[in-house]
Design a protein around this ligand. Sequence first.
Ligand code: FAD
Length: 497
Amino acid sequence: ASGARVPALVIGTGYGGSVAALRLAQAGVDVHMIEMGMAWDTPGPDGKIFCSTLEPDHRSYWLRTRTKAPLNYFLGFPIDRNISRYTGILDAEDFSGITVYQGRGVGGGSLVNGGMAVTPKRENFAAVLPSVNADEMYNVYYPRANAGLGVGTIDPAWFDSTPCYQYSRVGRKHAQRSGFPFVFVPDVYDWDYMKQEAAGTAPKSALAGEILYGNNHGKKSLQKTYIAQARATGKVTISPLHKVTSVAPAAGGGYTVVIDQLNTNGDTAATKTVIADRVFFAAGSVGTSKLLVKLKATGALPHLNDEVGKGWGDNGNVMCGRANHLWDPTGKLQSTIPCSGIDNWAAGGAFAEVAPLPTGIETYASFYLSITKNPHRAQFSWNAATGQVDLNWQTAWKQPSIDMAKSIFDKINAKEGTIYRTDLFGVYKIWGDHLTYHPLGGAVLNKATDNYGRLTAYPGLYVIDGSLIPGNTSVNPFVTITALAERNIEKIIATDL
Ligand code: FAD
């Protein structure tokens, strides 16, 4: 309620926010979580909470009147369609030069993502988080995060036999024939449940093409893991459809937090003010960066340091498809949950996931999301004229990512006598270089904050999400975001409370 005073307020309910809420609650602190997206706990008229990927409706996108599918063409035809404007689950947020996909709702990115739960190789960690003790991370916090998230790996025997991973087996064959290491990628999807889907004994989600707009079954999103545990403490409350717009020091101590209550059109229905002793920024790399840059520039938090807004990267995301020969079908039933990748990080700067194209028809295509060692970093800045926060990323900055991905796929194409698909991202366009799923940075650890996420100019303000990570994790990011949050909140609870 407006005017309330809370000991700890968490902005956002993704990985960082959920870890903070659970551990604070276990330490005896009452926590209030503020989430701009919906609760996603109530079925719609079709009996399902989430809409399907092939039939997106109003639930699919955050305040758009037309879908903006990451893979927006097929056989040269655009596949986007009109939808009614609604506080849907996937935000395709446009900045100059890049579209940043993010989850909106209680659970943040865990609602929409592929669940790939990858711990970086130890030898790459110093480049991921240079100021963090690797021994502690690999001995304590990565294991804690993997346990909390419910990470598992596919049964290799089932992998070898199930039709729904034929596309991955084709990916393995092609990778190995070109001499690349093929690796299984862990995931938070319930692998036993997926076997039941395949056997026809449970309602289908991964095998019904569900991804991007939520999974109705099988995926252990944060709602089922950290947030469920946090709620069970009885000390955590969550306000969905509430968006934080300001945080500023309060006269009597603590911070005044201004919050807009939204309706499902995205309009402000009410504005509330709460006083919080401590505020945890967990609005995601983009959300936290936008808030901090605006609050510094507009005088609410003028003493934030000059690193705020800097060091943002796209985790080197780039996508592409290859056209296989007719004797190499990838299968018309494809699990939406990727389970494998091609590791050419050390030699070529690319880690490519073998991704599904769950169209329900045989496509003879192999599809990949590559994570690459892209060196470019962008900066968020306040635009007083528009009242918005801009990001100065340039589309041309994806070229190093394309070159690194080509270190894998040019070689495979040469070996297999195959070519790139040119019909997936436009008319004659090979590379999906217009987007990222993995925004990272903007409030970098040990630069914008101290080495535990404290915004030291303002005691009681913390950053605890992907904005702490300086732009690249060498693999998919959420396990690292979770592990870093576990590390930081443990220190904060031990020393600051
Ligand atoms: P988020 O999870 O983004 O959570 C931030 C939350 O804050 C959101 O719920 C947001 O609505 C809310 N918020 C923002 N601003 C405000 C505000 N002002 N007031 C209130 N609430 C606010 N990563 C992997 O590791 N593996 C994958 O397989 C994978 N697949 C992906 C697929 C897709 C389609 C997408 C979009 C992402 C994927 N990711 C994947 C990335 C991963 O989901 C993110 O890295 C992760 O969710 C970031 O965690 P976070 O805690 O930093 O923020």
